[in-house]
Design a protein around this ligand. Structure first.
Ligand SMILES: *Cc1c(COP(=O)(O)O)cnc(C)c1O
Length: 765
């Protein structure tokens, strides 16, 4: 595409004039953002071609954690530098758009994965479109007040949603037993990297079927109407802020059905318009279910196809070919189950289809004691998905192995051919080219640009590793300076880029064990204070994490770490050795700034609990060593980079099972006085605890019925030993070489590889 900077600016100026009555020189940020986006859309969407004929994949997901689109889209369109220059020519800086809100329509890894897959599919030329919910409010905004997490609504469209396009004509009606609502789609383009491909993300918004009836309202008959309007819009009001936990709320069930019913009605209608025979739907579509949240799509499609005249048997056979299911967790508290009575009340026709599936299962001759969809009036959504789907995949090798041997062993015995592994990946465009342009440039200089769309090229970097060391050190240092400046501005804490940046950023969850990290900090702190530790490499311990608002222990960990930060940062005796910062409102945009500036990537979940993890991959790609357990994709990261280039500790999956049988955490604190002292700060008055939160954390470690369920104390000694080793290694040439070897070995973790595997193994595209 030929880019004409002057014309581009004229276009923006014209949009500013007609839409806001302002000009390039006087527009506010928000107006400028809308005008810039619209100008880009005009430039690239004007001659948009209809998608090619042939099979497409519909990726159904309750979450798409897109982050900020403006820079990523400009990058993929090849316009980022041009737009920068054009803005510079009128004395403006494109970075002003760093205040644009993230689209945080997701909780964490699962939603971010969906976003990476959309981008990678477009870049790989794979015909894949996303379908989800256009939440009015995304994941809450987090601040800290007195060390406690405080939540506020996330008004992500505050500056409008200029990438989104309302497609009124594609609206459909979604029916619940008690009311019908209108589903209106908003489409956002998904641009492939410099290849002209544009896929689509379609997010549904709920609205009342009838527009608000003022005359009825005025005649005092309106209360019902107002209530209906309220109930309809409420469905899409807010993203549930739970990550890896099931909440049995009816509104959540409504959201799930709303999303899949709207999407499938839309798709069925489209097929009919094209004159396609619905009996051949599998020739034109396949559906990927991103976890159990969209699994109601299965009974919904059965229902819709029978409405179109297919028999149950025909519809069922089609579903078996069209649906595929990705499992994201083995934790019991996250596997979705719905009360059969509640579901049949809300969606009687859908429920009837689920019952038919259960009957089909029994007539297939499966043992209903082992393989069931409905049991004791509870519907097991994962089982429904496994039973009907053509393929079921886990998201890292160790995770898929656990699915086969434990979580779904009974299903695996019946359908071994269904189970496949597809290790997660991340897009190297956002997670290297965009967030770490200096590193990307150094790589370009050595191996060219082919790696932008083929990350396996990174193996060719290995011979350049030594030669790249000085440049790598220098750019890492600049990234640390930039992050330190940002943290000073936003968190009010001063960090020296001379310190080691030890980072743990991810959702706050007991299984992810931020508490283990926190206790180690206190352990080092007391060691320094008592003179037991004489030399300690200056280290900044950085955290970023949101806790689900109802997750008490997770919120307690946030309070604990914030108190530790206060203690450490105000103690002048240790100020040349340690600092602790918990950044507020960790999100995709913060992640972009953090992963390129980290020296240590903390991936310390209890083995067997983290399905894959993807932030581990972001850090690796940016040249950070992993301090982690043999869990999720860490296993494959070690395999690719060589275990000698990571810092691994902790019980393995096999050990965890054995240890848990006879576990007594108190013995561990009694034999380690400094660890005991760190744990006792939860109850000995070191920190204020007016709400008794820290006390409960203490109980969870030592006196609950199942104390220390996540083996924090069991893994503590080895964690500290390996962490000390890492801190000692830091600054040596050998350590820097480890960082570079991680980059060289990161090729496998491109989402490009993942989506190609989906396309070949599952979608047959
Ligand atoms: C990548 C990412 C995650 C996932 O982190 P894990 O450590 O893999 O759990 C969560 N939140 C944000 C904002 C991310 O960018």
């Amino acid at each position: 595409m030929k880019f004409d900077g002057k014309r581009f600016l004229e276009e923006i100026d014209a949009i500013l004039g007609t839409e806001f009555g302002t000009t390039l020189s006087s527009a506010e940020e928000k107006e400028m953002y809308v005008a810039l986006t619209k100008a880009v859309k005009r430039l690239v969407l004007a001659d948009r071609k209809a998608p090619a004929e042939g099979k497409r994949c519909a990726y159904f997901s309750a979450e798409f954690l897109m982050g900020r689109s403006i820079f990523a889209n400009l990058l993929n369109l090849g316009l980022l530098d041009d737009a920068r220059k054009a803005f510079a020519s009128i004395g403006q800086n494109l970075n002003r758009f760093e205040d644009v809100e993230d689209a945080a329509l997701g909780n964490g890894g699962l939603g971010r994965l969906a976003a990476c897959y959309l981008e990678s599919a477009a870049t790989m030329g794979i015909p894949l479109d996303g379908y989800g919910i256009r939440y009015r409010y995304g994941l809450f905004k987090q601040t800290f007040e007195d060390g406690y997490q405080h939540e506020e609504g996330d008004d992500w469209t505050k500056w409008g949603d200029p990438w989104g396009m309302r497609v009124e004509r594609d609206s459909v009606i979604v029916e619940f037993a008690d009311r019908s609502v209108k589903a209106v789609p908003y489409d956002a383009p998904v641009f492939g990297y410099r290849n002209g491909v544009i896929n689509n993300l379609r997010l549904w918004s709920s609205e009342p079927v009838q527009p608000f009836d003022f005359s009825a309202f005025n005649e005092m008959k309106g209360e019902h109407t107002a209530e209906e309007n309220f109930a309809a819009t409420k469905i899409c009001d807010v993203l549930y802020p739970n990550d890896n936990t099931m909440v049995g709320k009816m509104l959540r069930l409504r959201q799930q059905y709303f999303m899949v019913s709207a999407s499938l009605q839309d798709i069925v209608r489209g097929e009919k318009r094209k004159g396609h025979d619905l009996r051949e739907l599998d020739r034109y579509f396949c559906f990927q279910l991103n976890d159990t949240h969209p699994v109601l799509a299965i009974p919904e499609l059965l229902r819709l196809l029978q409405k179109e005249g297919l028999s149950f048997e025909e519809a069922f056979a089609l579903c078996r070919k069209c649906f595929n299911f990705t499992n994201h967790t083995i934790m019991a508290e996250a596997l979705e189950k719905w009360d059969a009575l509640a579901l049949s009340d809300l969606l009687p026709d859908v429920y009837a289809q689920i019952v038919r599936c259960q009957q089909q299962l029994e007539s297939d001759g499966l043992d209903p004691a082992r393989c069931f969809i409905i049991r004791d009036n509870v519907i097991h959504m994962a089982n429904l998905a496994i039973y009907v789907s053509a393929k079921v995949n886990g998201v890292a090798r160790i995770h898929t192995d656990i699915l086969k041997t434990e979580t779904f062993a009974d299903w695996y015995a019946v359908y071994p051919e269904k189970f496949v592994n597809i290790t997660n990946g991340i897009t190297p465009r956002r997670w290297l080219l965009l967030n770490n342009p200096e590193l990307a440039h150094e790589i370009d200089l050595r191996i060219g640009e082919e790696w932008h769309t083929d990350l396996t090229q990174f193996r060719r970097l290995t011979p350049f590793a030594d030669e790249m060391l000085p440049a790598f050190r220098a750019l890492k240092r600049r990234n640390k300076e930039r992050l330190a400046a940002y943290i000073k501005e936003h968190e009010g804490v001063e960090l020296s880029p001379d310190f080691i940046f030890d980072v743990q950023v991810k959702r706050l969850h007991e299984y992810k064990r931020q508490l283990l990290n926190a206790l180690s900090i206190l352990y080092f702190y007391f060691g320094i204070k008592d003179g037991e530790i004489e030399e300690f490499p200056p280290t900044a311990f950085l955290f970023g994490a949101k806790a689900a608002p109802g997750y008490y222990n997770a919120k307690a960990v946030i309070k604990f770490i914030n108190e530790i930060a206060k203690l450490v940062n105000s103690d002048e005796e240790v100020s040349d050795k340690m600092k602790v910062v918990f950044v507020q409102n960790y999100n995709v945009s913060y992640a972009e700034k953090i992963v390129c500036a980290a020296d240590i990537s903390e991936q310390i979940s209890l083995a067997g609990m983290e399905a894959s993890g993807t932030s581990n991959m972001k850090f690796m790609l940016n040249g950070t060593v992993t301090l982690g357990t043999m869990d999720g994709a860490n296993v494959e990261i070690c395999e690719e980079a060589g275990a000698e280039n990571e810092y691994i500790f902790g019980a393995t999956v096999e050990e965890v099972a054995a240890v848990k049988r006879f576990y007594c955490p108190r013995e561990l604190t009694e034999t380690n006085p400094r660890l005991k002292r760190a744990v006792e700060t939860l109850v000995d008055g070191t920190f204020p605890d007016e709400k008794g939160m820290l006390k409960r954390l203490h109980d969870s470690l030592l006196s609950d019925y199942q104390p220390d369920r996540y083996l924090v104390l069991y893994d503590f000694a080895e964690y500290v030993r390996v962490k000390e080793e890492l801190l000692r290694d830091y600054g040596t040439e050998e350590f820097d070489r480890k960082c570079l070897f991680n980059i060289c070995a990161a090729g496998k973790f491109s989402a490009d590889r993942s989506v190609k595997e989906y396309a070949e193994l599952i979608w047959n595209l």
